[in-house]
Ligand binder design. Structure first.
Ligand SMILES: Nc1nc2c(c(=O)[nH]1)N[C@H]1C(S)=C(S)[C@@H](COP(=O)(O)OP(=O)(O)OC[C@H]3O[C@@H](n4cnc5c(=O)[nH]c(N)nc54)[C@H](O)[C@@H]3O)O[C@H]1N2
Ligand SMILES: Nc1nc2c(c(=O)[nH]1)N[C@H]1C(S)=C(S)[C@@H](COP(=O)(O)OP(=O)(O)OC[C@H]3O[C@@H](n4cnc5c(=O)[nH]c(N)nc54)[C@H](O)[C@@H]3O)O[C@H]1N2
Ligand code: SF4
Ligand SMILES: [Mo]
Length: 700
């Protein structure tokens, strides 16, 4: 028996865990109290990784579709059949007939990214999709425009800040995104305790039950960009801008100032749903704090103007002199200077395509065009790889996507489960889970509040016939006659890239491997942002990136404002609602997380909105809009701002027999109500519109 140190591979904090391994089996997982960074914090999802590891519904062998379901097959059969069919498609229609959708868990899997890049690159596949355009692609686009690199995301220095302003995030439930920090709520509470002001800008009073976690300012959904503009306008107008910071490090400051002056507090008040005085006092308080920091997350990303919001978020930090200041926002260096690696210019990525002006964002086309592309592209897409993703439930517009995927000749899903998307596949290939593979905590690179690097060996070999994704893709490469890491033998050395990255910072990879709990690195330090991390040609912060004008984003901003102004208060707006019992669409199949009250995903609605429709708790309603219709029970929830309704995504496993627990408690897919297709994503970033979606609710 032994206790082995590892870390969680489910979300960004990568919490330290201790596994007990007996006779080649993991018998328990617990938080690592001695971990230098997570110090005993882990959530129950991390601990429940063990239940996912042992779930009898896991896919354990390659599964091939038959006339009436799926049957097990050997790896040789799977690889042979897939390669032969791919070869035929390539010969007949070329690489444009092949595409891939890459899902979120690949971010927590060090070796899958290079393997996908190798296969797709060698095949010449240029059109791919990913969960990134349903999650955070606006941040890459915003960082490109303002800092000249897609990978520069200064994190709030929560430990030292006097004022923390957070837009669209849910720290207790989701453990924050684009800042890796175990126990973020504890961190926030400690800041409040030492006197920092913490404000959450959110349509929902999150953390309501948590004393000392900050105060919520309830704005109307999809209006963050106007609130931010009004805050900046007030800061400039009241002389609270840091003139020295702007003069030393900014370009096009006057243009920024002119832009935000179009959205003064009095003008935006009604649209954002706050009083002008409230907005001005927030601006004053933020700009006058000694050290103020900002952050935003998916609630703001998923609006119609996530890139502009991310721009103005950086401006709130920069204009007040809080960028690269202790207690402000700091670039997290970690084990490799990722900010340099992401250097690029926004203009490079736009082109005139089949849907008008288009761009790729870190390789991805808009997820919301996937159904259209699968159905209508020229040449017709005949093969689709889905790697650690579940687009049928995670992307907007389930019906169109189902139909489109069903029309693809060869669909291959690499997953832990035969999920709702895998159910439509020709082959489901069983993958190793996080406990069954060696890994580095690479997802946090550039985003860690307390940088450290940790390696974990696989705790146990993959059960049954499960394989790591890199192996599956490398076998396919061999079968296709391409170069493959497996050419070097069955156990290739894959860590050279990591060792090289670390060596650029003088970190010894072997030492990292040998240190249980990981090696703490230089803490967040101000002073090098403008000399070393920013990547614009003039090394200045671009306060008014030209791409926003050339790609019409500022004109759209004005139009959307007018639309919002014209909209009556009776329009309900749908937002998302993560819970601790789900992780997007996975964790749906764990019996132990299915307790009374968590067996379905009701529509949360404010009591005033329910009363206005003659509804009481538990009543069934029909929710409909231009894009779809679903039926669900309601749950009265006065933490919502009146006029806002919320529903958890990832449910809707009505036809997913490969996940028996999930199928028994299917719930409904909220994403049937999301827009999809052309016009349903932000052109600057491909980010899908997923919050503030107009909805009509009536008794079913
Ligand atoms: N309405 C609404 N929709 C949303 C969101 C929202 O807030 N509201 N959130 C969006 C966000 S932020 C995201 S990131 C996307 C997620 O979108 P996706 O990534 O498409 O979906 P997930 O539900 O995360 O599915 C991940 C799949 O990966 C599998 N998996 C887990 N670990 C591994 C592994 O190690 N290897 C392999 N091969 N497979 C693995 C799981 O079994 C699961 O089937 O959803 C988006 N969809
Ligand atoms: N338990 C659990 N943890 C998770 C996940 C999960 O599914 N379950 N998913 C993981 C993933 S992939 C991600 S990306 C992260 C996401 O982490 P978060 O970004 O924190 O995601 P959410 O919990 O959806 O929080 C978004 C918040 O934005 C608010 N909001 C909605 N619309 C708006 C708006 O227009 N403006 C503003 N200001 N706020 C708005 C919502 O009320 C909600 O509180 O969580 C990760 N952690
Ligand atoms: S917070 Fe995320 S990384 Fe930490 S234990 Fe939970 S799921 Fe794992
Ligand atoms: Mo995400």
């Amino acid at each position: 028996m032994s206790n082995v140190s590892t870390f969680c591979r489910v979300c960004e904090p990568a919490c330290g865990l201790i596994a007990r391994v007996e006779d080649g089996e993991i018998t328990s997982l617990r938080p690592d109290r001695d971990h230098p960074i997570s110090k005993g914090f882990a959530c129950h999802k991390g601990i429940a990784s063990l239940d996912i590891h042992l779930d009898p519904d896991r896919v354990d062998r390659p599964q091939r579709r038959t006339a009436d379901g799926f049957e097990d097959a050997s790896w040789d059969e799977a690889i042979g059949d897939i390669a032969a069919r791919l070869r035929r498609i390539l010969d007949e229609d070329g690489p444009e007939a092949i595409t891939a959708y890459v899902g979120n868990p690949t971010a927590f899997n060090t070796f899958v990214g290079p393997a996908i890049g190798s296969l797709l690159g060698q095949l010449g596949i240029r059109k791919t999709f990913s969960s990134g355009t349903q999650d955070c692609s606006n941040k890459f686009a915003g960082s490109e425009a303002v800092f000249g690199t897609s990978t520069c995301h200064p994190v709030p220095d929560i430990e030292h800040t006097d004022h923390l302003l957070i837009f669209g995030e849910n720290p207790r439930v989701s453990h924050m995104s684009f800042i890796s920090l175990p126990d973020p709520l504890g961190e926030i509470k400690r800041a409040v305790k030492r006197g920092a002001v913490v404000r959450h800008v959110n349509p929902r009073r999150i953390e309501e039950k948590e004393a000392g976690a900050g105060e919520v300012i309830q704005l109307r959904p999809d209006t963050d960009v106007y609130l931010m503009a009004a805050l900046l306008d007030a800061i400039f107008a009241e002389g609270l801008a840091d003139a020295a910071a702007l003069a030393d490090h900014g370009t096009r400051v006057e243009e920024l100032r002119a832009f935000v002056s179009r959205y003064p507090a009095e003008r935006v008040a009604e649209v954002v749903g706050l009083s002008a005085e409230q907005i001005r006092s927030l601006a004053r308080e933020f700009a006058s704090a000694d050290r103020a920091s900002v952050h935003m997350s998916t609630g703001t990303n998923m609006g119609r103007q996530g890139t502009l919001a991310y721009w103005l978020l950086q401006m709130l930090s920069f204009v007040t002199g809080n960028l690269d200041r202790e207690g402000g926002n700091l670039y997290s260096l970690g084990f490799y200077a990722a900010a340099k690696a992401g250097r690029t210019k926004p203009e490079k990525h736009f082109f005139d395509g089949p849907h008008g002006r288009m761009r790729r964002i870190r390789g991805s086309w808009p997820g919301n065009l996937m159904a259209d592309e699968l159905r209508k592209s020229e040449p017709k897409i005949r093969a689709l790889f889905v790697i650690a993703g579940n687009p049928v439930l995670s992307v907007g517009g389930e019906e169109a996507l189902r139909e489109a995927i069903e029309g693809v000749e060869l669909v291959v899903s690499l997953d832990l489960y035969r999920n709702a998307t895998g159910e439509l596949a020709d082959w489901v290939l069983p993958c190793a889970d996080g406990l069954e593979r060696a890994d580095l905590n690479i997802a946090g690179l550039g985003l860690q509040a307390r940088p450290y690097v940790q390696w974990s060996d696989a705790l146990v070999p993959p059960r049954h016939e499960r394989k790591e994704e890199w192996w599956i893709l490398a076998r396919l490469e061999q079968a296709l006659g391409l170069k493959s890491v497996l050419d070097a033998g069955p156990k290739p050395e894959l860590t050279g890239r990591l060792a090289h990255m670390m060596s650029t910072r003088g970190i010894d990879f072997q030492e990292a491997v040998a240190t249980p709990g990981g090696v703490p690195l230089e803490p967040l330090t101000p002073g090098r942002f403008f000399s070393d991390w920013i990547q614009t040609d003039d090394q200045r912060v671009d306060c008014y990136p030209p791409v926003f004008e050339t790609e019409d984003a500022l004109a759209r901003c004005a139009t959307i404002f007018e639309e919002l102004e014209a909209e009556g208060p009776e329009v309900l707006k749908l937002i998302s609602l993560r819970t601790p019992y789900m992780h997007n669409s996975w964790y749906q199949n764990l019996e132990k997380l299915k307790r009374p009250g968590r067996l379905e995903n009701p529509l949360h609605i404010h009591s005033l909105d329910a009363e206005a429709r003659g509804l009481t708790d538990g009543d069934r309603v029909l929710c409909r809009n231009t894009w779809g219709e679903i039926e669900a029970p309601i749950h009265i929830d006065d933490t919502l701002r009146p006029g806002v309704v919320a529903m958890t995504h990832g449910w809707g496993n009505r036809a997913t027999p490969g996940m028996s627990v999930a199928e028994r408690h299917p719930g409904v897919n909220a994403n049937r109500l999301l827009p999809s297709g052309p016009g349903s994503y932000e052109p600057l970033s491909n980010q899908a519109f997923m919050t503030g979606i107009p909805l009509v609710v009536e008794r079913a």
